[in-house]
Design a protein around this ligand. Structure first.
Ligand code: ATP
Ligand code: MG
Length: 434
């Protein structure tokens, strides 16, 4: 048995101490539990929160499993004056809103039949049955209100040794729901250590053709999460070897560029292991590195993974700008180009493109002084305006706009150094020339 060196089985313990895991007693969590308590039944924490807390990762999203029926949950929330959204009544999921946050509360269930991603479910009050319908052993960990861990599938053991293991036969689980195939690679990227489970890999290889039937949005969501792992290189290589990458990306990925980006981010400790939106942005930049830098490729990837319009624009802008930035080896020239990019496209686009470009050359941001430029940056004001132009004898109109834009381009190309006086003189020179 391999261990990842960080955790041993026993170190994961039998209980999460609420004094150390404050999410267990967060106001919203308490409000939800207090609302459900009068109805009896048992409600426990489940899934990602328990898994991540056990290995010391931050917990942002808290989900509950309960023996209460969905209608009972809705009633209880209503009685407590909380908003309950019937997110997936048929599957027993209700979202409670408390302290400004959403909490998914799902009734214990057993999947009677599954059709692709859909399942016909029966509610149950048996925890072990609920555990076995979940995907991976470490995703079926529950915790009581006081933090006591309930582990029916040896999830802690697998979590400790970094083994992503399907509950039951891998083949059956992947055939029931092919999204699990992508989830396998996603959790391998984040938590995998040592050799991946051969049975799971075999199932993923054989059933990767099923990926074609998934909704593009779900695929996009999983892929961005996978790519945001600090070092997703081996999980990605495994996914490619299993034939899955080619089924989800519409263009041949630019792997070398991507590998360099990940390596540069790791070297500079810049993997921004954030959560939520931040995590998606991290994944998006990595996805851009994998996308050939043409507008057509960016568009095809945007469509295939159903990225938002803003995200699609970002992929396109990052790719385009990265291709235009000069070499990072001449830091001064690079920094001047970066200032122009900041002026034109703002920090998010400029910083992402700088990362892509420098990584391609095996450089880190600090080696090129990128941070220095970005930290000290406030967008300069172009010193010339219509009023100045009128004083110089121009009349309002398209020609004046044209000259203003030409002088602005001149000022920008000189690293924003020319003064108002210089710009006025340039405007006059421009008029003489035309
Ligand atoms: P994170 O929220 O950090 O991405 P998570 O494990 O909480 O990870 P969710 O997608 O929020 O993942 O799902 C919550 C739980 O529901 C999982 O931990 C797992 O137990 C179960 N689950 C989610 N998707 C599936 C699936 N496709 N098949 C079986 N069980 C699933
Ligand atoms: Mg979750």
């Amino acid at each position: 048995m391999t261990t990842n060196g960080l955790f041993s089985e026993s170190s994961l313990g039998d209980r999460l101490d609420p004094a150390a895991h404050l999410w267990l007693v967060a106001p919203g969590v308490r409000t939800v539990l207090d609302a459900l308590r009068p109805c009896g039944g048992i409600t426990r924490f489940v899934g990602g929160a328990v898994r991540d807390a056990l290995i010391g990762r931050p917990v942002n999203e808290v989900d509950f499993a309960t023996t209460l029926q969905p209608e009972g949950v809705l009633d209880a929330l209503q009685r407590a004056g909380l908003k309950g959204i019937p997110t997936g009544m048929a599957h027993g999921t209700i979202t409670a809103v408390a302290d400004g946050k959403g909490y998914e509360i799902t009734t214990l269930r057993r999947d009677v039949r599954t059709f692709g991603r859909r399942a016909e479910v029966a509610f149950s009050d048996d925890w072990e049955t609920d555990a076995t319908r979940r995907d991976f052993t470490f995703n079926a960990l529950y915790a009581d209100e006081d933090g006591t861990i309930r582990d029916f599938t040896e999830g802690r053991r697998d979590l400790a040794r970094g083994l992503v293991r399907f509950i039951g036969r891998a083949e059956d689980r992947v055939r029931e729901d092919s999204l699990r195939l992508l989830r396998f690679f996603r959790f391998t990227a984040w938590l995998g250590q040592g050799e991946p489970d051969p049975e799971a890999v075999d199932a993923c290889r054989r059933f990767s053709p099923l990926l074609g039937g998934l909704s593009r949005e779900r695929v996009g969501h999983e892929i961005l999460k996978l790519l945001a792992a600090p070092d997703p290189r081996s999980a990605w290589a495994l996914m490619t070897a299993c034939g899955a990458t080619a089924r989800i990306l519409p263009v041949p990925p630019t792997e070398e560029r991507w590998v360099r980006l990940v390596a540069a981010q790791l070297a500079a400790d810049e993997t921004f292991a954030g959560r939520g939106e931040n995590l998606r942005r991290t994944g998006l930049l990595r996805l851009t590195a994998l996308t050939p830098p043409t507008p057509e490729s960016a568009q095809r990837v945007t469509e295939a993974l159903r990225l938002s319009r803003a995200e699609g624009r970002l992929v396109e802008s990052w790719g385009r700008l990265a291709a235009h930035l000069p070499s990072g080896h001449t830091a001064k020239v690079f920094q001047a180009a970066l200032r122009q990019a900041l002026y034109d496209e703002g920090e998010e686009v400029a910083l992402g493109a700088a990362l892509l470009r420098t990584a391609e050359e095996g450089l880190t941001l600090d080696e090129v002084g990128v941070r220095e430029v970005i930290n000290g940056w406030t967008s300069p004001m172009f010193p010339l305006n219509g009023e100045d132009m009128r004083k110089l004898g121009w009349e309002e109109g398209p020609e004046m706009g044209l000259v203003l834009r030409a002088v602005e381009a001149w000022w920008r190309a000189r690293d924003f150094q020319p003064t108002r006086e210089d710009c006025r003189a340039e405007a006059c020179r421009f008029a003489d020339k035309t």
